[in-house]
Write a protein that binds this ligand. Structure first.
Ligand SMILES: [Zn+2]
Length: 258
């Protein structure tokens, strides 16, 4: 069964002790995976890890929005010149902790969306407690973007529809499997099959039944099982569909998918 993890942070220090073993398990269990950066250093590390079936996404997370200046954008542009870089991200807005001014976050997001448009790369969007402002920005940009992912989706079915309107894919992480995540499961049910993706966001959010452990890419199987059940489909069918979706979105060649 061909499964992919569209979003993990294998460069995180949580993997310092046994990173090679985790990568080996990932590449055994999965067709391919995307290691995502959240600042310049973690993006550089993601790029350094790339190999056959291991791709990178580069970008600066809203927590580090103050670091996004012209030089940072130039660095991201240089990283993105590498053939194994398949997306810009994770970028976005996060008003949950109120650590960085919304205006600064929005400027950093726009600067990186401009770069994604220039380079014709899809974007990986982080959005937390910032739906309204995210809608304003994406209303502005979506027609020029070659696609995007609302990663670790945290909205309701109405927000799913809004994301679909922007031409986005919706990616569910391990939290969709948690007992209290009824709203998220409704959102997963409301997502059309051709827009669904699964991810781990590892080392965070390990799904049931491995909840509480350090998450790793091979665990994406449990999230896939949960979303397949919500859609009343065999896991194999949903694996094929989500892998084909990811393949098309990231424009990854050579996996035999039309
Ligand atoms: Zn992430």
């Amino acid at each position: 069964m061909g499964i992919v993890d569209t979003h993990c942070h294998l460069q995180d220090s949580a993997f310092d002790e046994d990173r090679d073993a985790v990568i080996e398990r990932a590449l055994t269990a999965l067709d391919w995976l995307v290691v995502v950066g959240d600042d310049l250093e973690s993006s550089r590390l993601a790029l350094a890890m790339t190999r056959d079936r291991l791709y990178a996404s580069v970008g600066v997370h809203p927590y580090h929005a103050e670091a996004v200046d012209g030089l940072a954008v130039d660095a991201l542009r240089a990283f993105a010149g590498h053939a194994h870089v398949v997306a810009l991200g994770e970028i976005g807005l996060d008003y949950h902790y109120g650590k960085v001014e919304p205006a600064i976050q929005q400027d950093a997001l726009r600067a990186q969306l401009d770069l994604a448009c220039e380079l014709s790369l899809p974007v990986v969007i982080h959005n937390r407690d910032s739906h309204e402002d995210m809608a304003v920005v994406l209303d502005e940009y979506h027609e020029r973007l070659p696609g995007g992912i609302m990663h670790c989706f945290s909205g309701d079915p109405a927000f799913v529809q809004q994301c679909i309107g922007w031409g986005f894919h919706i990616s569910f992480a391990g939290n969709v499997t948690f007992p209290k995540a009824g709203v998220l499961r409704n959102a997963a049910k409301a997502t059309p099959l051709d827009r669904l993706l699964v991810e781990t966001d590892s080392p965070y959010l390990a799904p049931q039944p491995v909840r509480g452990k350090r998450c790793e890419p091979a665990f994406v199987r449990h999230t896939l099982d949960c979303v397949a059940e919500l859609h009343g489909l065999p896991a194999e069918t949903l694996a094929e569909q989500t892998t084909a979706n990811a393949h098309r979105l990231f424009n990854i060649a050579g996996c035999g998918i039309p």
